[in-house]
Design a binder for this molecule. Structure first.
Ligand code: EPZ
Length: 441
């Protein structure tokens, strides 16, 4: 099994091996999920703004965090990491150019655009990488930052400068998560007030605002979802604990549902997964959420041996069904009874997992932005390769419900967003191990 794929360890010559899974075991038990990848990445980039050291707690040990910390070091920040606690001090940071491989590999490197413009009034970075789930242009980012006074040079990389950044009203043509975050990062210390209209509503953006406000920023989201940023002189250091990763929560809930098991997620009550949980309940799973603020914020799921199909559903910007759970859900629908149709409205190439699931006996027909799934009573183990981050997680879910043994390569993709998927699922009773990798299996 030759693992390929863009991953941190492999890019440093370490072979990550593959996952070997024997399916058919209902998952049981309880688990605490890692800190949120998509919340911590913009928070880490924002540490470039202002002075003073920032301590980030519950920071997941994942590939995209490793690469983002490398970028911060290359920019001259002092970075210390102990387990899931990271301390970043940008006081001595003097660089505003990112040439590294890391930046070209991960999408979140584009978030240094707003942070570097905010701090240095100049930013040079490679065009951002990311999963091959779509073209992933940054035109919305550029137009928004130009509104605040940034100028972009035509080049084979991103070159942005600004004499000064002035608050203004930015209307996003699409509620882009990254463009909303970049606009916030550039506006936080700009002169004057910035309004972001049609801002993305993902909860990770509100976490970024919460973190920046802890540092002395003045950012609020109005009732209609717009974001108002009143630029401040400077930002101070702070200590902040990252919330649970709602996409990892959704992934593990699907793992339990796919295997007819019952699990408790102990540190996330699913309040940011309502649209997703509605689909799970429609499929026949039982979901119990603990009340907010109770002694334990948790969510319990129980599931019949075989789920029902989901009918028609489509992905949408928050609070709609999250595109990041589209591939994992597809894998579970492959064995549900009945037909389902998923329409992917966010990315133009996020059905690559289907070809791999078909190798397990799934019946999936792709028609443009639509995936039509006819549930089959049994999936079978196969030799597969993860096509991207969430597609890799989807193959793990397929393998957990399959008869026999499955091997999944390209697991560097999975490690970009899941801290240790085999450790977590083994805790819940799965027969899963990493073979020939660099972690003890
Ligand atoms: C963030 O990506 C997340 N990544 C993605 O998670 C997530 O799928 C996505 O938001 C949507 O929720 C991080 O937070 C690091 P977008 P981002 O800008 O910011 C188009 C995962 O698996 N677009 O909202 O890149 C774009 O091509 C990852 O954890 C433009 O056309 O998402 C896409 O089709 C995958 N021009 C759509 O908008 C732009 O300038 C959504 O992109 C920007 C975006």
């Amino acid at each position: 099994m030759q693992a390929r794929g863009l991953c941190r360890a492999e890019s440093r010559g370490m072979f990550l091996g593959y996952l070997e899974i024997t399916g058919g075991i209902p998952l049981h038990g309880e688990i605490e999920v890692q800190g949120s990848k998509n919340a911590v990445l913009p928070i880490l980039a924002s540490c470039m703004l202002g002075e003073g050291a920032c301590t980030i707690e519950n920071c997941p040990s994942i590939g995209d965090v490793d690469d983002t910390l490398e970028i911060l070091k290359l920019l001259g920040c002092r970075v210390e990491r102990e387990g899931r606690t990271v301390c970043i001090d940008a006081s001595s940071a003097g660089k505003n150019e990112i040439e590294s491989m890391e930046a070209a590999r991960i999408r979140s490197s584009v978030l240094f655009l707003g942070a570097l413009l905010g701090r240095m009034k100049r930013a040079v970075l490679p065009l951002p990488g990311g999963c091959a789930i779509g073209r992933r242009p940054i035109d919305i980012h550029i137009k928004a930052l130009e509104k605040l006074g940034a100028c972009f040079a035509e080049d084979d990389k991103v070159v942005a400068t600004a004499r000064q950044l002035l608050g203004d009203t930015v209307v996003l043509p699409f509620p882009s998560v990254g463009a909303t975050e970049n606009t916030i990062l550039a506006a936080a210390t700009a002169h004057g007030i910035t309004w972001i209209k049609n801002a993305a509503r993902e909860p990770e953006i509100d976490e970024l605002c919460e973190f920046l406000n802890c540092r002395g920023a003045d950012i609020e989201r109005t009732k209609n979802g717009d974001i108002r940023v009143c630029g401040v002189e400077r930002l101070r250091g702070t200590t902040y604990r990252v919330k649970a990763d709602r996409i990892v929560t959704g992934t593990y809930l699907l793992a339990a549902a796919a295997t007819g098991g019952e699990i408790l997620i102990t540190n996330d009550n699913g309040s940011c997964l309502r649209a997703f949980l509605q689909v799970l309940e429609k499929m026949g799973a039982g979901v119990i959420r603990s009340p907010r603020g109770g002694k334990q914020e948790g969510i319990r799921i129980s599931s019949p041996e075989r789920l029902l199909g989901a009918g028609d559903l489509e992905t949408a910007p928050y609070p709609g069904f999250p595109t990041d759970l589209q591939s994992p859900l597809m894998a579970v629908l492959c064995r549900a009874s009945g037909k389902s149709c998923i329409r992917e409205k966010i990315f133009e190439n996020r059905f690559k997992t289907a070809d791999e699931l078909v190798k397990m006996g799934a019946e999936i027909e792709i028609d443009g932005d639509c995936a039509r799934i006819s549930g089959v009573p049994q999936l079978y183990g196969a030799v597969l390769e993860a096509p991207d981050l969430r597609g890799g997680a989807a193959l793990v879910l397929g393998a957990l419900q399959a008869k026999g043994c499955t091997k999944i390569g390209n697991i560097g993709y999975i490690d970009r967003g899941y801290e240790n998927i085999e450790r977590d699922l083994r805790l819940l009773g799965a027969d899963i191990r990493r073979v020939d990798g660099n972690r003890d299996c």
